[in-house]
Write a protein that binds this ligand. Structure first.
Ligand code: G3D
Ligand code: MG
Length: 189
């Protein structure tokens, strides 16, 4: 019997960058979600094969409470990895990722856990947008720090609207978490 990996993944980033849209695009609209009122968040589960691995994604999404610091720290508790989302047309949402990621690592209870950086709304990219080059440089800089924890950080352009790289984003993060679990680099429980 194949082992089933349980993956608790958080979606983080400023309001309106497209977190909920990415999740809906990944899981389809008919999924069941539950609301955790105490932390203003929804979570939904989704089973899926990543290559030869069987994975159950439990995806946590903030229900419009992105600006409340106290809620943010509780939201991250128990995460095993995160998709860190900004909107390519809003450079401020890119700048703010630094704070989001610091909070994730401080409050999840396992320390420096895997992340993937997503520049969403790539379908709207123009000359004023955050460039792929800028975002890749940022991911490379963070990787210098995370390498010693056993993983590297990748950047992807996404579009929840057009479906660009949506499955690839979740699978890449999922696979990184599975490899960390296999190597014993991620605390469970
Ligand atoms: P959030 O969960 O991060 O707050 P949402 O963001 O998923 O609610 O998305 C915010 C708005 O951006 C929504 O528009 C949504 O349709 C739009 N959006 C999300 N992803 C994309 C994308 O990849 N491309 C484009 N063009 N739009 C996107 P509305 O108008 O419904 O508020
Ligand atoms: Mg949302």
């Amino acid at each position: 019997m194949t082992k089933n990996y349980f993956l608790k993944i958080s979606l983080l980033g400023d309001g309106a960058v497209g977190k909920t849209s990415l999740r809906e695009r990944f899981m389809g609209r008919g999924f069941r979600k539950e609301h955790m009122m105490t932390i203003g968040a929804d979570f939904a589960s989704y089973e899926r094969m990543i290559g030869d691995y069987k994975a159950t994604f439990q995806i946590w999404d903030m229900a419009g409470q992105e600006t409340f610091q106290s809620i943010r720290s509780r939201f991250f508790r128990g995460s095993m990895g995160a998709l860190c989302v900004f909107d390519v047309t809003r450079p401020d949402s890119f700048m703010n990722l630094k704070t989001w990621i610091e909070e994730l690592w401080r409050h999840n209870g396992r320390g420096v856990i895997p992340i993937t950086i997503l520049g969403n709304k790539a379908d709207l990219r123009d000359n004023h947008s955050v460039s792929v080059q800028q975002a890749e440089d940022y991911a490379r800089a963070i990787s210098q720090h995370t390498k010693k924890y056993g993983f590297e950080v990748v950047y992807m352009d996404t579009s929840a609207k057009e479906g660009l790289n949506v499955e690839r984003a979740f699978d890449t993060l999922g696979l990184t978490i599975i490899e960390m679990l296999q190597k014993g680099n991620l605390k469970i429980g």
